[in-house]
Design a protein around this ligand. Structure first.
Ligand code: GRF
Length: 229
């Protein structure tokens, strides 16, 4: 049997699978106060900032915390006039010590919800305990498959035909925790980690702002308790 090799056109993107989100989520009346943690290019930071600017997410970004002086996300923070704090992990004796400073900074900027948008460090109970069920992470796979580093390479090496991205509440175990939103992305013949990542990121930028609103709405409904949504 021969299989045809379809080109990567928008025809494929139209078949993406992502659960519908009800339009009228009962999120808190005042804007959600977000703290964003990022280590890289910050395209997810940008997506959140754009969703807020477009009125699609009732929130404001109080502060960006980044751990890598060369991270491009800092340029985006400047452009959006978001205060940014560099907390370089190399300056701290332990993961806990770094997390203590992160908590201090988040408190200083009156953050209520924390979004790990490409934060490439494991977090500890110090941070998790201070924001119970209020820390979200985005990961470029359909969890629970392909946790940890190199998720996209892992998916390609395994040969899955469908990949995607997941937003979930953060627990101590890396890339675990109740799932808030997911989107499926087809793996196309000839995909490289870069091409697949680019396609997954298009979906990340949609589901991350949605997931923030969903998480907040769920806590409003259930009185600050996060269950799988
Ligand atoms: C995203 O693909 C996210 O899933 C992963 O790190 C990447 C960050 O991308 N955790 P960006 O810095 O937001 O562009």
């Amino acid at each position: 049997m021969t299989m045809s090799t379809p080109p990567a056109t928008s025809k494929h993107l139209s078949s993406l699978i992502c659960p519908q989100v009800e339009q009228n989520l009962s999120i808190p009346p005042s804007p959600l106060k977000l703290g964003i943690m990022a280590s890289g290019s910050g395209s997810n930071f940008e997506a959140i900032a754009q969703a807020i600017a477009a009125g699609e997410l009732q929130a404001q970004i109080q502060v960006l915390i980044y751990n890598n002086p060369a991270a491009k996300v800092i340029e985006r923070a400047h452009r959006w006039q978001v205060p940014a704090q560099l907390l370089d992990h190399r300056d701290f004796q332990s993961r806990e010590a770094l997390d203590e400073r992160i908590v201090q900074t988040l408190r200083q900027f009156e953050v209520e919800w924390v979004v790990m948008a490409g934060w490439m460090r494991r977090v500890t109970q110090v941070l998790i305990d201070d924001f119970p069920d209020r820390i979200l992470n985005i990961h470029p796979s359909l969890l629970p498959s392909f946790r940890g580093m190199r998720a996209i390479e892992q998916a390609l090496e395994y040969g899955v035909r469908i990949s995607g991205c997941t937003v979930h509440f953060v627990r101590l175990e890396v890339d675990s925790g109740p799932i808030i939103q997911q989107s499926a992305v087809p793996v196309l013949p000839g995909d490289t980690p870069e091409t697949l990542h680019a396609r997954i990121q298009q979906q990340e930028h949609k589901i991350l702002p949605q997931a923030i609103a969903l998480a907040a709405a769920t806590q409003v409904r259930s009185g600050l308790k996060s269950e799988p949504i």
